[in-house]
Design a binder for this molecule. Structure first.
Ligand code: MEV
Length: 338
């Protein structure tokens, strides 16, 4: 295996964001979901703090669009306390070697928009630490640490976010008695999405907790909706395999109806879905936790018209495309085979 040069004293790692095509929330209750990686993500550079030390390490330092000041175990200048807990986990897990490490976090993935920023950050950090020390990292170890960090960020995550981010391809995902069933979905044709960004949501943890409260009041009704979403996921999987994009879009629209029924939509999300459909998108829905975040619209052209329409309405947007099998970077070895 190729060793990182000890003279370099820096390691770079990357993890993409994700979108859920169907099954967010329902997946927490055992329904099937489908997710895919997107073309924006989080980069992490790991190095040693320059001397004289201004702060005691290890430090997570958010820069650029992910600016959050310096987060250390003993203090958090700007970042939310949750990052401090994540850092404490890393210190407990890896101990002394982490002392005086600085983990600089940058990227193009907007946080709090249902695009998997916490899972992307978790995966990039773990990969970065292992790479910095030239420790071998297998997928199971990566998944174990990523799930632990996601649990700090989200409470009780289904695990779909970090699983798709690690796998870097379209997956089917289902939780069954605490086991995650994960399988690849082979696309017949590439999928192109315009992602419209609305305001940040109130946190996945809160969204999942509040839905659980609503479910207590209408248990059978909620279970019926989850069953409906499970059927959509099964049909969508076949449509993806057969390359029936119109059908995928139609199923996204139905799924948005269910998500609205679960009180996860907002007027802004409905507005962006309406703009997308008026502009000929095959389907549009919210993605992730809901209550804000982002709308994904499946397009069959280049998506330029829809991007302009979102911008004209005052919303930022991103484009993303997914192929049958993305080129999977070998992050543990930095893509180079020694
Ligand atoms: C968040 O991206 C997806 C949710 O279903 C939560 C989870 O699955 O852990 C809302």
């Amino acid at each position: 295996m190729l060793k990182l040069s000890p003279q370099a004293d820096i390691a770079f790692c990357y993890a993409p964001g994700k979108v859920i095509l169907v099954g967010e929330h329902a997946v927490v209750y055992g329904a099937q979901a489908i997710a895919m990686p997107i073309d924006v993500g989080i980069r992490v550079a790991i190095s040693h703090l320059e001397k004289p030390l201004l702060v005691e390490g290890p430090v997570i330092r958010g820069v650029g669009p992910l600016f959050m000041g310096d987060v250390t175990v003993s203090r958090s200048s700007a970042g939310p306390g949750i990052l401090k807990s994540a850092l404490s986990y890393l210190v407990d897990a890896f101990g002394e070697p982490l002392k005086n490490l600085v983990m600089v976090v940058d990227g193009t993935l907007p946080p709090g928009r249902g695009l998997g920023s916490s899972a992307s950050l978790s995966v990039a950090l773990i990969r970065g630490i292992f790479r910095y020390f030239s420790w071998p990292l297998d997928d199971n170890t990566l998944k174990k640490h990523a799930l632990a960090l996601e649990t700090i960020f989200h409470g009780s995550p289904s695990g779909i976010d970090h699983t798709v981010i690690i796998g870097e391809r379209v997956i089917g995902f289902k939780r069954q008695s605490n086991e995650a069933l994960v399988w690849p979905i082979k696309l017949k044709s590439p999928l192109k999405f315009v992602i419209g960004i609305v305001g940040p949501h109130d946190g996945t943890k809160n969204a999942v907790k509040e839905l659980a409260e609503r479910k207590k009041r209408h248990k059978e009704v909620y279970e019926g909706v989850f069953q409906g979403l499970n059927e959509i996921a099964k049909e969508m999987e076949l449509a993806l395999i057969d390359g029936h994009q119109a059908s995928v879009g139609e199923l996204m629209n139905i799924s948005q109806g269910y998500l609205n029924a679960l009180s996860l939509s907002t007027p802004e999300i409905e507005k962006l879905c309406a703009i997308a459909r008026e502009r000929g998108a095959l389907g549009a829905k919210l993605t992730g936790a809901g209550g804000g975040g982002a709308v994904i619209a499946l397009v069959d052209g280049n998506g330029a018209d829809l991007q302009n329409a979102f911008k004209a309405a005052g919303y930022q947007c991103l484009m993303t495309e997914v192929f049958d099998e993305r080129w999977r970077l070998d992050h543990s070895r930095g893509g180079l085979d020694g």
